[in-house]
Design a binder for this molecule. Structure first.
Ligand SMILES: Cc1ncc(COP(=O)(O)O)c(C=O)c1O
Length: 391
């Protein structure tokens, strides 16, 4: 089995990277560690760079199609990794998962309609709604001892005939839940009874920490399949987000047709030659890489868990079930969100995401990206401890 070298430190500064080359603009400082944006500091695996290099051998990069082999790789990946039977005819495209949320919004709702999100959640979930003349309904997650669950009672109370859709993050960014079957069944039951479509963003579906499992929402029942459009991508898992390629799946041909019409109307269906090639390579050869990656990330998370337990007990932290994103409850320090960010950036020297950007229920949390070489992670934890010791 090939082992990948996740310990290698790669300098990403000067590569037009959002995570590094926007530090000054976003945080006012460049010489800090970067643990914010959700991409990894690990090299993309060789089978992907080789596939891209092979395509580069031909010097014309004209309009291109997604070949049968692309769809086959998606079908096989869903079957092997997620035990989900999907057919080529059930797969479409989006130039990104967030554009997919937007296209779904265009396809299945009209101005004034209500869309439900469950905060704290990845912020484009609610900006996509509020910036496009729809009404945002937030059914906040319930938090107990830093473990989050869906508030089914409140969901049912809030739904009215104007609610057309719910955006679900499965697994959930930033709280790291990999939703369980019984939770998904309850959600589907409510949505079906109230004619609410489910847009299930499953971009983190391959970043699962043992012993948890990703359950594709649409796979749990015929009812779920009938009301769900699923958005997935190889982008997070294989560090290819800059190639702007993701996939859209629905078992309901009417939903898929409407989605495709919205995409055709915006001419976004063309895609990116290298994104097609990279995604196919990822889904064809990626299984071992993902297993190796997730063991490494799991050890990184073990390290943070132990470090916090021993050295920073006022930080409340629950190990995520999925993703490499750590959701740290900093309430015990009694700092405002602004002061908390100022502390991380200027005292600890670490760029993180402010929890508040994920909705007001994320106030006084921070999101920390743990997909980086262990030596760098250790450095960041020591910097955090040194800064906290001075408070
Ligand atoms: C839940 C979730 N959806 C979507 C995205 C971004 O997707 P894309 O870059 O394909 O638009 C992210 C990135 O962090 C995410 O966490």
């Amino acid at each position: 089995m090939k082992n990948y070298n996740f310990d290698k430190i790669l300098n990403r500064r000067g590569t037009n990277s959002v995570k590094y080359d926007l530090l000054k603009e976003r945080f006012g400082k460049e010489d800090i560690m970067s643990m914010w944006v959700a991409d990894m500091d690990f090299a993309c695996p060789d089978f992907i760079t080789q596939a891209i290099s092979k395509r580069l051998q031909h010097p014309i990069f004209g309009y291109s199609i997604r070949p049968e082999s692309f769809f086959k790789s998606v079908v096989n990946w869903m079957k092997e990794r997620h035990q989900w039977d999907v057919k080529t005819s059930e797969i479409s495209f989006s130039p990104g998962v967030v554009p997919g949320l937007f296209l779904a919004l265009k396809a299945f709702s009209k101005p004034g309609d209500k869309i439900i999100v469950q905060q704290p959640v990845y912020f484009p979930f609610f900006t996509t709604v509020s910036e496009n003349d729809r009404q945002l309904v937030s059914n906040n997650l319930i938090e107990k001892d830093d473990y989050y669950t869906m508030d089914f009672e409140n969901l049912e109370k809030q739904i009215d005939e104007k609610c057309k859709m719910i955006f679900v993050s499965n697994p959930h960014n930033p709280v790291g839940r990999a939703w369980k079957k019984d939770e998904l069944h309850k959600l589907v039951d409510i949505c079906k009874r109230h004619n609410v479509l489910i847009i299930s963003d499953e971009i983190h579906s391959d970043l699962i920490l043992k012993p948890n499992k990703h359950i594709p929402l649409a796979s749990i029942s015929d009812d779920a399949a009938a009301i769900t459009l699923t958005l997935m991508a190889a982008s997070k898992t294989f560090n290819i987000a800059g190639l702007s390629t993701s996939i859209v799946i629905s078992k309901n041909p009417i939903l898929l047709k409407k989605y495709n019409e919205a995409m055709d109307a915006t001419h976004l269906m063309q895609g990116n030659i290298f994104g097609t090639v990279a995604t196919e390579a990822a889904y064809t050869h990626g299984a071992k890489f993902v297993d190796n990656l997730m063991s490494y990330i799991s050890e990184n998370i073990d390290y943070v868990e132990e470090f916090i337990f021993k050295n920073l007990p006022k930080i409340e932290f629950k190990r995520p079930e999925a993703t490499y994103l750590l959701w740290l409850n900093m309430k015990a320090y009694n700092l405002s969100d602004k002061k908390l960010m100022d502390f991380f950036v200027n005292e600890a020297g670490i760029a993180v995401n402010s929890g508040k950007t994920f909705g007001s229920s994320g106030s006084r949390y921070v999101r920390l990206n743990a997909a980086l070489p262990k030596s760098e992670l250790i450095m960041s934890m020591n910097k955090l401890k040194a800064a906290i010791d001075k408070i």
